[in-house]
Design a protein around this ligand. Structure first.
Ligand code: S3P
Length: 443
């Protein structure tokens, strides 16, 4: 377990480019793996989570190779023709790989076992087991609906209409992917909109989807209908930069005095860009330069300058569009003037770690005043003064959670004693170039 101390930093300057979007990278490999013919992917995130998806798709029959220039080529196995894997599918730390592939397999006549690391093996899978069982798949899961688990797909599966009980793009995507190889029309009702990469990309690969809106009991709801037995066509996919990775550098540049950083090629799909809105509400100077489209997604370069931040009450309605960015937003709040209150964050308790308690413990150890509630944190900021940092010999616990490790690394940049992070290895799951970019930008 490589522990590391992150200390007070020079201003961040120059320009950086964050790696490809994790959500889009997973989906590009999966969808290309279902199309007959050769797809090419550029800008793929080469983090451990995405490599777990690539390995699993190979076990299911896709031919996936990487060229020396970083372009990936995928020859799909074909929808309906996935092979039964000889060994367990090892998903590492990746909930997205697991839940989306459970959906894929649910409508194929094969059985497969999913395994994962200690973090993934504690995460709830009943949220996908429930709808996929209604479609005809059967499951043998470990206690409490966790990994290791076995799925036996149904052939043919039956189409369902499923209203999401939690705002989760992974659950939505699992049902839509099962619907791809199911006769008839499968529908998902989304009371709260979540990231829409699956819908956009499946349409690009040639599937037929209809997206409508209806008035539900609590306001408008999205209805996504997918026509089954689709004929997917190979595509050339360009993966835009990951806003969730960019968020660490946006916050770093906002809180480290004197910073002026250009972050190139950041995906700004409105279902993902909540962090930019919230940081601007806190007074952050974030300018969008050269807005354009990459791979069917809105993208811009972000020019971020050190700013005096002010605490706010974060509107819970914005949570789904920044669900992965709260750890680093809490760090921004710790350096803001006054109080930041967050609510509606119950889902953070079932991420790679319980992100409310992990961040509450980590920030408290680093000398930040806060209160942990069931559904959020209330943080008292320093008004820009450095936080104390971790005491001698003590390190914050990251609990196999990449985003905790990166958020606390950023906190260390504006601290008196530095912040010691117990285990930086998980950063490689989503952002293998994080350390290099950080040292380069603050050199
Ligand atoms: C993801 C959806 C979100 C997010 C995860 C990636 C996706 O999970 O936290 O990092 O690619 O669909 P939930 O569906 O659990 O909210």
């Amino acid at each position: 377990m490589p522990n590391q101390t992150f200390t007070s930093s020079a201003a961040l300057s120059g320009k950086i480019r964050v790696p490809g979007d994790k959500s889009i990278s997973h989906r590009s490999l999966m969808f290309a793996g279902l199309a007959v013919g050769e797809s090419r992917i550029t800008g793929l995130l080469e983090g451990e989570d995405v490599l777990a998806t690539a390995a699993a798709m190979r076990q299911l029959g896709a031919d996936i190779t990487r060229n020396d220039d970083g372009e990936w080529r995928v020859h799909g196995a074909g929808l309906g023709s996935l092979l039964e894997p000889h060994q367990a599918l090892e998903m590492g730390n990746s909930g997205t790989s697991t839940r989306l592939m459970m959906g894929l397999l649910a409508s194929h006549p094969i059985a497969a076992t999913f395994t994962g690391d200690a973090s993934l093996s504690g995460r709830p899978m009943n949220r996908v087991i429930t709808p996929l069982s209604q479609m005809g798949a059967s499951f043998e899961a470990s206690k409490g609906g966790t990994l290791p688990l076995m799925v036996r797909g149904a052939s043919p599966a039956v189409p369902i209409t499923y209203r999401l009980p939690v705002a989760s793009a992974q659950v939505k995507s699992a049902v839509l992917l099962a619907g791809l190889n199911t006769p008839g029309i499968t529908r998902v009702i989304e009371p709260i909109a979540t990231r829409d990469h699956t819908e956009r990309m499946l349409t690009g690969f040639g599937a037929t989807l209809e997206i409508g809106e209806e008035t539900g009991a609590n306001g408008p709801e999205r209805i996504i209908a997918i026509h089954g037995e689709a004929d997917l066509k190979p595509q050339n996919v360009v993966v835009p930069g990951d806003p969730s990775s960019a968020a660490f550098f946006i916050v770093a540049a906002l809180i480290v005095p004197g910073s002026d950083l250009l972050i190139e090629n950041v995906g700004l799909n409105t279902t993902r860009a909540g962090i930019v809105t919230v940081l601007r509400q806190m007074g952050g100077q974030i300018e969008e330069v050269n807005p354009r489209e990459v791979g069917g997604e809105p993208v811009a370069d972000l020019c971020v300058r050190h700013s005096a931040l002010t605490g706010i009450d974060v509107d819970p309605a914005i949570v789904p569009s920044m669900v992965d960015e709260f750890p680093v937003m809490f760090v921004a709040a710790a350096l803001a003037k006054g109080t930041t209150r967050t609510t509606g964050l119950e889902e953070l308790r079932v991420k790679e770690s319980d992100r409310l308690s992990t961040m509450a413990n980590a920030l408290t150890l680093a000398g930040v005043s806060l209160e942990e509630n069931e559904d959020g944190l209330i943080i008292q900021g320093t008004g820009g003064d450095p936080i104390p940092g971790t005491p001698n010999e003590a390190s914050v616990e990251t609990r196999l959670d990449h985003r905790i490790a990166m958020a606390m690394a950023i906190a260390g940049l504006v601290s008196r004693n530095g912040v010691c992070v117990d285990d930086t290895a998980p950063i490689a799951t989503s952002f293998p170039t994080f350390m290099d970019l950080l040292s380069g930008a603050s050199a």
